[in-house]
Design a protein around this ligand. Structure first.
Ligand code: B12
Ligand code: SF4
Length: 430
């Protein structure tokens, strides 16, 4: 059996390689290891010779960087958003050439990520149908899970919603081995890897889909994570990003043993946490261990300094907890500039004055701030609340650039982003 794995191009106003890897797709392929021959086409591969030849797309010291992109007309629904729309990723003709030369395939497994990126999936389906009409197309991942009925309209052959892979096993006619690590071997050129030590999250933030999709928080077996780490380090990977939703929850049972093993094996790799950490769980001891084990960047979820907002949306983290976490991390040796607090921009329940106060508070700690544009997600309480402003059944309206502009206006969004840039240029505690 021949299976093609595809990580689609991104259609969006903005996209940046912030350690983006098709980890769900590679995990599923890993479970099928030895039961099929695999090929991978990753539109977002920034180490592809085509991308390497372009100017200005080099990686930064932690392996992040800009994608190759082409400007295209905005979709009709987003015409009113005053930003350029683009297609990010390798040119379409490269996939067509790849399909023609490497096919035929029995199955094509396509990763889906942000709900509002579905145009990239459409493009792949069109090309596969034209060149190898006999191949069965399977979609899985976030978009399919959150927007199942919309995804049905793309007319793939099979949709895998959520995390249960039994229906997929039945469709392919093979039994997955869930103990196998992700199929990193399918990636030709690799300098960044991904790990996920846990699934789910014990919190219940009203804007987030994770509690519903993943159910109870659960640690993955330590041996599984160590096997994935070993695969990555053998490939010479220098940077690893954690994709956990609650990496620090029950750290003594999950992250601490993992990091102790990293130290015992003398693994030299830079660790990153693009998916915000919960500052509440950063104790002095944990901060020391994280810095010693190789964490180089720290992104902390700090949605808003307003106590009322925090209580209304799930009480994730309070201001004094952020201040304490920063203190512990910097005492342990982390640089102030390696710590960033995420704050949501364009959340319908946010008062702009409170947001500004939060931005200044994070700045007063000497750390960087990053405005995380709000993406309304269907079937979450806050996403459903957004039906009064946008058509939530059209995933393009979940776009994180579009929604804050729709709710706050372009001038206000620009003003707040300028303010954030200004604050980042003059960190207070340095
Ligand atoms: C890691 C992550 C990121 C990373 C990048 C991920 C990437 N590669 O693009 C970073 C930190 C950069 C990021 C950014 C953002 N993210 Co994010 N992110 C995630 C996270 C934690 C994991 C996504 C992932 O890689 N899943 C794949 C793997 C890890 O999942 P898995 O469970 O092991 O996969 C299983 C199944 O899903 C299935 N499966 C998965 N893939 C496939 C593929 C196939 C073919 C098959 C058959 C099965 C299958 O099988 C697996 C085994 O059971 C999710 C939450 C979550 N837990 O899913 C949010 C999530 C996707 N992000 C979300 C949001 C809101 C954002 C931001 C908008 C936040 C912000 N305001 O800045 C930005 C947007 C970035 C952008 N450019 O637009 C939302 C979705 C929003 C939406 N409308 O779609 C999510 C769902 C979290 C939430 N709040 O609910 N994110
Ligand atoms: S803590 Fe993060 S992952 Fe957990 S529910 Fe809140 S936003 Fe979602």
């Amino acid at each position: 059996m021949r299976i093609l794995l595809v990580n689609p191009p991104i259609y969006d106003f903005a996209a940046y390689d912030f350690w983006l890897k098709p980890y769900g797709l590679l995990s599923v392929a890993g479970y099928l290891r030895g039961r099929a021959d695999f090929a991978l086409f990753d539109y977002l591969d920034r180490l592809n010779p085509f991308v390497i030849k372009q100017k200005g797309l080099e990686s930064d010291r932690w392996g992040r960087g800009r994608f190759y992109c082409e400007q295209i007309p905005s979709p009709a629904r987003l015409k009113a958003i005053p930003r350029y729309f683009r297609r990010f990723g390798l040119p379409r003709r490269m996939f067509v050439d790849f399909l023609t030369q490497e096919g035929p395939f029995d199955f094509v497994l396509v990763q889906t990520m942000m709900t509002y990126w579905y145009q990239g999936i459409k493009e792949i389906i069109e090309d596969v149908r034209r060149i190898w009409p006999g191949a069965k197309i399977v979609l899985g991942g976030n978009y399919v899970t959150l927007c199942g009925s919309h995804a049905q309209g793309l007319e793939a052959d099979f949709l895998v919603r959520g995390t249960n892979l039994e229906p997929l096993a039945e469709f392919l006619g093979v039994k997955p081995d869930l103990e196998q690590p992700a199929l990193w071997g399918a990636v030709d050129r690799l300098n960044v890897g991904v790990l996920k030590l846990t699934d789910g999250c014990p919190f219940n933030c009203t804007y987030c889909s994770v509690p519903k999709v993943y159910g109870k928080f659960k640690a993955r077996p330590l041996e599984h994570s160590l096997a994935e780490l070993e695969l990555l380090t053998k490939r010479g990977v220098e940077n690893i990003a954690f994709y956990d939703d609650a990496l620090l929850f029950e750290a003594e049972k999950v992250l601490v043993p993992f990091l102790n093993e990293v130290l015992r094996r003398d693994v030299k790799v830079n660790l990153h946490t693009p998916n915000g950490l919960n500052a509440r769980f950063i104790t002095r001891e944990l901060a020391e261990l994280m810095v010693r084990a190789g964490f180089k960047t720290f992104y902390l979820g700090f949605e808003n300094a307003s106590m009322q907002w925090q209580q209304r949306t799930g009480s994730k983290v309070f201001s004094d907890e952020l201040a304490r976490a920063v203190e512990h991390l910097t005492t342990a040796g982390a640089e102030h500039t390696s710590i960033t607090a995420y704050q949501i921009l364009g959340h319908p329940k946010t008062d702009v004055q409170e947001l500004e106060a939060s931005m200044r508070f994070a700045n007063s700690l000497g750390i960087r701030g990053m405005l995380a544009d709000f993406s309304p997600i269907p079937a979450t309480p806050d996403g459903e609340h957004c039906r009064q402003w946008v058509d939530m059944d059209e995933p393009l309206f979940h776009n994180k650039t579009a929604f804050p502009i729709i709710i706050l206006g372009n001038d206000e969004v620009n003003r707040l982003k300028d303010l954030q840039r200004k604050l980042n240029r003059s960190p207070a505690a340095d």
